[in-house]
Design a protein around this ligand. Structure first.
Ligand code: ASP
Ligand code: MG
Length: 406
């Protein structure tokens, strides 16, 4: 007998029939002799609709009220699911985030889990119940309801799995798992049977749509394997875990891309100690997450500094950086929002110097100009013109022969 945490997303519980279908899956897991904790999202687009409603009532809805409102979406689905299971003859109970002991800080709409006090969940499991927990929500020390940020039910599920010492956290969704590249872009992308936490985190743009990256980070921290699979089929899905053997993993795993980036170049920066700090400290203070940074070798004591960030942060970043550029006597600041990012990802990259060359060759054959390059142990990233990103992803997928075999 194992303890399994299952998480079902909004599309998996979109209507009564889907909820019954999910209940049958949960029942089957129970019938195999497992203890089951289920974390559930709100039905379909409930959360979006509740947000719309709130903004019809007030230009700036109170964050506290908004969190209580949004938390009701998951309450609805969790109670309906518990009723369904009971009607099928299974012992089941629904718990709100607060009842399940999900304690968070008080940052409404983006709260962080501080502690999971799993006493109640354990008690219910011991009495033989399937425990259905409303995802995406928690409670502050003052007993105010919080939500964990959009897509936050994944985080609830992994946090519960960690605190209960579950064998695995199974995330059921409307895709069959993690592919070697975004299958909407690359039709021949292949479903991966498994992927390491680090690689999964590097799958950034595409990966984040499949599993909330905060949940993957948490999984890595507590070493909880996360299975991503479809609730619409019986296919085995992709296991995200940390125990990959070097030999099997010694290769390229996938191609990631991100269209949501912009870049700023500070031109003619005097090359002396403290300059980078002078530029990046105020950006950090403004809450702007700087991604790839490249500084050119300096000529005659001046250099260019280029960095990227999310597109939505570009105007704020320029507002912060322009006065600083003047102050440090840089020549000018140039921004460009028509850029994108492609990355080759895999644990084999470090030990295969040939991979970088293969990536650059594949891009040049497609006439793609590389604007910036950055690397880590498991990733080579190129910043290129936005319009070329999709073609580049397909070309790289071919160049690394990702459509064939594990
Ligand atoms: N219902 C919330 C949302 O749509 C949380 C979740 O689905 O994970 O963002
Ligand atoms: Mg949702």
């Amino acid at each position: 007998m194992a303890l399994i945490v299952q998480k079902y997303g909004g599309t998996s519980v979109a209507d009564a029939d889907r909820i019954k279908d999910v209940a049958r899956r949960i029942a089957a897991t129970r019938d195999e002799g497992n203890q089951v904790v289920v974390v559930i999202s709100a039905m379909g687009d409930t959360t979006d609709r509740l947000i719309e409603l709130a903004y019809q009532m007030a230009r700036e809805p109170s964050e506290r009220e908004l969190d209580v409102l949004l938390s009701t979406g998951e309450i609805v689905s969790s109670t309906l699911l518990a009723m369904t299971l009971r009607d099928m003859g299974y012992a089941a109970i629904s718990l709100s985030g607060a009842q399940a002991g999900i304690h968070t800080d008080s940052a409404h709409s983006r709260a962080r889990i501080l502690e999971v006090e799993s006493k109640r969940v354990i008690k219910e499991l011991e009495t033989g119940n399937i425990v259905i927990v409303a995802g995406f929500q928690g409670v502050t020390g003052e007993m105010d309801v919080t939500t964990l940020g959009r897509g936050g039910s994944d985080t609830t599920a992994v946090a519960l799995a960690a605190s209960l010492g579950a064998e695995v956290c199974q995330k059921y969704t409307d895709v069959e798992g993690i592919y070697t590249a975004d299958p909407r872009l690359v039709p021949e992308a292949r479903l991966l049977s498994d992927i390491g936490y680090e690689e999964m985190l590097e799958m950034a743009g595409y990966g984040a749509r499949v599993v909330h990256l905060r949940a993957v980070e948490l999984g890595e921290l507590y070493n909880i394997p996360i299975l991503v699979a479809s609730s619409f089929t019986q296919k085995p899905g992709t296991l995200i875990h940390g125990g990959a053997s070097m030999e099997v993993r010694n290769k390229v795993t996938g191609i990631a891309h991100d269209l949501d980036i912009a870049k700023i170049t500070v031109v003619g920066v005097p090359d002396r100690p403290g300059i980078a700090a002078a530029i990046f400290q105020p950006l950090a203070k403004a809450g702007i997450n700087v991604d790839t940074v490249v500084q050119n070798a300096s000529i005659d004591g001046v250099t260019d500094l280029t960095f990227t960030m999310a597109k939505r942060d570009l105007s704020e970043a320029m507002r912060v950086i322009e006065p600083i550029a003047k102050l440090i006597k840089a020549r000018e600041c140039i921004s460009d929002s028509r850029v994108g990012k492609v990355s080759v990802i895999g644990t084999g990259i470090q030990s295969h110097p040939g991979y970088a060359a293969r990536m650059f060759t594949a891009l040049s054959e497609r006439g793609v100009n590389i604007q910036m390059i950055s690397t880590s142990e498991i990733r080579i990233t190129c910043i290129i013109e936005e319009a070329g990103v999709e073609d580049a992803v397909r070309a790289l997928h071919r160049a690394f022969e990702l459509e064939t075999g594990e």
